[in-house]
Design a protein around this ligand. Structure first.
Ligand code: AKB
Length: 339
């Protein structure tokens, strides 16, 4: 008899950290997590939880998981982020595209075995957008899901293809086969830059936001790699996980799309500096733009329109910019660094 499990890939990463805490707090204790790294100590020992150190590109490992577990929900978080992916685009393609394809195939197989849908949650990103210049960025201020889908990074290309693959698997996979079609209940959220009080990002291009806040709290100088006026949307990590879980829990018939924008607030790098200095007046923040990373940020929208998510599944961030700093980021970060 196979054991029922919720599979979380990329579980040792920033999103995995918050998702596991949240799922465990909800008493969902049949978690099967997968990552190339062991889990951080703080996440070890969750009741009923099995962590596997391994690669989503390893077919034997995935086959073993399928033989041991009946997986009915997959949170596929594993990915190489936008900056790191530019240094190793082929590896990024393997992890972000082939890895996603492997997981979708696993979901299809599971759904056939079970004779029931497997839910597949996929975090996408504002990196799937690509505005050609700053004039367009100013003009098309809050982009909707179907606008400007012209990414300029490998990660953005991988993510938009992941959205398409998920949609294909959900609606058309084996559409001409004689047997019953497989059913994958694919649901996707396009996230803005995410900021956690408890973990630091690595390999992303929106990293300057969280890095600036964490550096100030540690009393360290920070040279921001984008201009003061560089603006993109952001969200706190708890809101990001809330969005994923809300979407996962929404009745299927309420969803008019498979891919949704979500956001909480839009800030320029200079505005983040100003907010940080309110709490840490001695913060030493300078701006030393890296033209290449700046160009990536310039291609991402200043804000996104998330009205579809609000309408279809009641999305609303808990943390607007004021609450994000005042109630979540600053107190928790102060405590973390003892300042
Ligand atoms: C990155 O910067 O690559 C990510 C993202 C916006 O998806 N944080």
């Amino acid at each position: 008899m196979r054991k029922k499990a919720i599979l979380v890939t990329g579980a040792a990463g920033e999103m995995g950290h918050e998702l596991l805490r949240r799922l465990a707090a909800e008493g969902r204790n049949r978690l099967l997590t997968l990552d190339v790294r062991p889990l951080p100590e703080s996440l070890q020992g969750l009741e009923g939880h099995v962590h596997v150190v391994g690669d989503i590109l390893d077919p034997q490992l995935l086959a073993r998981l399928v033989s041991e577990y009946e997986i009915d929900v997959i949170y596929h978080l594993a990915a190489l982020l936008s900056t790191r992916a530019e240094f190793t685009p082929e590896t990024a393609h393997r992890v972000n595209v082939e890895g996603t394809m492997n997981l979708l195939r696993l979901a299809a197989e599971q759904s056939q075995w079970r004779g029931q849908p497997v839910q597949f949650l996929f975090p996408s990103s504002i990196a799937i957008y690509g505005l050609p210049d700053l004039e367009s960025k100013a003009l098309f201020n809050r982009v909707r899901e179907w606008e400007w889908n012209q990414p300029r990074t490998m990660y953005g290309c991988n993510k938009i293809y992941g959205e398409m693959l998920g949609t294909y698997f959900s609606r058309y996979y084996r559409q001409l086969a004689p047997e019953q079609p497989v059913t994958i209940d694919f649901r996707c959220v396009r996230f803005p830059g995410l900021i956690s009080a408890f973990t630091l990002p690595s390999g992303g291009t929106s990293d300057y936001g969280p890095e600036m806040i964490h550096a100030a709290a540690q009393g360290e100088p920070y040279a921001c790699f984008v201009r003061e006026d560089a603006r993109i949307p952001f969200m706190t990590m708890p809101d990001a996980i809330r969005a994923l879980l809300l979407l996962a829990g929404a009745p299927r018939e309420r969803l008019s799309r498979l891919v949704y924008n979500v956001t909480a607030f839009s800030l320029s790098a200079g505005e983040i500096r100003d907010r940080v200095q309110r709490y840490f007046p001695d913060a030493r923040i300078t701006f030393r733009p890296d033209p290449k990373r700046q160009a990536i940020i310039d291609s991402w929208p200043a804000d996104v329109d998330d009205s579809m998510a609000r309408r279809d599944w009641g999305w609303e961030p808990e943390y607007d910019v004021e609450r994000a700093f005042e109630e979540y980021l600053i107190p928790n970060i102060r405590q973390r660094y003892g300042r």
